[in-house]
Design a protein around this ligand. Structure first.
Ligand code: ZN
Length: 172
C-alpha cells in the first residue's frame, strides 16, 4: 500500500460519489491467510466500487486477484495458485443486519468505517481452496487414477459465502 492512503474508509461518503478505489496489499499484511499459504510472498490486487443501494443503504463490489504460494496437500511442494474472486457487499452498522438484496453479502462497518485490507483479505480467503493440490499433471504424488473435483472451496455455498466464512471462523 502506498504511504498516505487511508486503510479505513467512510463507506457512505465514498458511495455518495460512486468512488472506485484500487489498492495492492502485500500478502504478508494479511494475518488470517498465514495458515493457508506456503509463505507471504506476493500481493493482492483489490478493487472496491462503492455505490448507493437506495433507502440509505450503502454497498460495494469487491474484486481481488492474487497468485499466492500454496502447499500441495499431495506432494507437500509449494506452487503458485491463481486466485480471483468478487462479491457484492452491503455494508451494515450492526451484526444482525440482513441484506436488502439477497444476492448481496452483509459486511459490518465499525462506526461507519471499514478496513479495505480486511475486506480484501476476506474476499481472497473465499477464493482459496481449503485443500490445495497441484493440477495432477504437475504433481509428483498425483494418483494414477485421476480423481475429479477434489479441491474443496470454503465458498462451496455461494449463496452466503461471507456468512459461511464468518461461521467457520467463529468455530475455530
Ligand atoms: Zn503436488
Amino acid at each position: 500500500m502506498a504511504p498516505g492512503l487511508p486503510d479505513r474508509v467512510d463507506c457512505a461518503h465514498l458511495a455518495d460519489d460512486a468512488v472506485v478505489l484500487e489498492r495492492v496489499f502485500p500478502l504478508e499484511s494479511m494475518p488470517r491467510l498465514k495458515d493457508l499459504l506456503a509463505d507471504g510472498r506476493g500481493s493482492v490486487r483489490a478493487r472496491f466500487a462503492f455505490a448507493k443501494l437506495g433507502s440509505g443503504r450503502v454497498g460495494a463490489t469487491v474484486a481481488v486477484e492474487a497468485t499466492p504460494q500454496m502447499v500441495c496437500q499431495r506432494c507437500m511442494q509449494g506452487f503458485a495458485f491463481v486466485a480471483a474472486g468478487s462479491s457484492e457487499i452491503e455494508f451494515s452498522s450492526g451484526p444482525d443486519a440482513v441484506a436488502s438484496d439477497e444476492l448481496r453479502e452483509v459486511y459490518e462497518m465499525k462506526d461507519g468505517l471499514v478496513s479495505l485490507r480486511e475486506l480484501a483479505e476476506e474476499e481472497l480467503m473465499l477464493a482459496l481452496p481449503i485443500v490445495a493440490t497441484h493440477a495432477p499433471q504437475f504433481c509428483d504424488a498425483a494418483p494414477t487414477d485421476l480423481q475429479v473435483g477434489e479441491v474443496k472451496h470454503i465458498s462451496g455455498d455461494r449463496t452466503r459465502p461471507f456468512t459461511v466464512l464468518q461461521d467457520l471462523l467463529k468455530k475455530t
